[in-house]
Design a protein around this ligand. Structure first.
Ligand code: ADP
Length: 239
């Protein structure tokens, strides 16, 4: 629901000078955390997500273990300084929900059945939040899992899409997110053509939704190429 009277799209141009189908500047870096088995940082404009992966490692206490499969645990956390008004530290309902949907978006890419009684732990820290933090976090954690050497069916690429001032757009920034008519976090395994996350807030016609899903798939293919390049950049030259 729109909370500002400000026009967010004037003459087809967004407040940060982007076209409707244009993402913010995207930056990816693999391997920033030396104590982790895998890690990555992904930036979508001012939104910054840092992800680290630990494991697979034995899961304790033992009663949490699954005898036939390993499990993925995900913690999504927004730093207190990630938004203009300080965010109270610690888990809240939103971060608990986001941790769960991020886990569900990534699980299909993993062969968890190969690690009975074990856990793979993924942490996402949002250093700066300017919209679309869960999808930025998914891109980072997907890269961190791959860089931990964990076999994957495919990388998971994610982006947000939505409707702002009557226009269909990709990669909503914070102001757009808070004033959108609809916003959709979306994730997929691009090579498998499988969607692993689709949430929606707001109202759209069926035609608008179909058009947005097309835009999201196109965007995710580009993100996937950038993820591949970030991984190659990290490991080029290594035996
Ligand atoms: P996502 O970040 O995945 O789009 P939301 O739609 O819940 O998830 O949040 C949209 C945006 O609202 C965030 O990216 C952030 O910019 C802002 N936001 C979320 N939680 C807070 C908070 N506690 N304080 C200030 N801004 C927040």
């Amino acid at each position: 629901m729109k909370r500002t009277s400000k026009e967010l799209i004037v003459g087809g141009i967004r407040t940060d000078k982007r076209l409707p189908e244009q993402a913010r500047e995207i930056k990816m870096k693999v391997g920033n955390i030396f104590s982790a088995n895998g890690s990555a940082e992904v930036r979508f404009g001012r939104t910054v997500a840092l992800a680290s992966v630990h494991g697979p490692r034995p899961l304790f206490p033992r009663h949490l273990q699954e005898s036939q499969t390993g499990i993925l645990r995900v913690r999504y956390n927004m730093a207190p300084f990630s938004v203009v008004d300080r965010k109270p530290p610690g888990p809240d309902r939103r971060s608990i929900e986001l941790s769960k949907v991020i886990r569900l978006a990534l699980e299909p890419a993993l062969f968890l059945e190969d690690y009975p009684k074990a856990t793979v732990d993924g942490f996402i820290e949002i250093i700066q939040a300017d919209g679309s933090t869960r999808v930025t976090g998914i891109n980072a954690l997907s890269l961190a899992l791959a860089s931990a050497g964990i076999p994957m069916r495919d990388l998971v690429a994610a982006c947000s899409i939505g409707k702002v001032d009557g226009t269909l757009v990709v990669d909503l920034n914070g102001e757009e997110d808070n004033n959108s008519e609809a916003d959709i976090p979306f994730a997929m395994m691009p090579n498998k053509n499988l969607v692993t996350l689709l949430q929606m807030d707001g109202i759209l016609t069926k035609e608008e939704l179909m058009k947005l899903l097309d835009m999201a798939k196109k965007m995710c293919k580009k993100i996937y190429e950038m993820q591949r390049e970030a991984l190659l950049e990290k490991y080029k030259g290594e035996e």
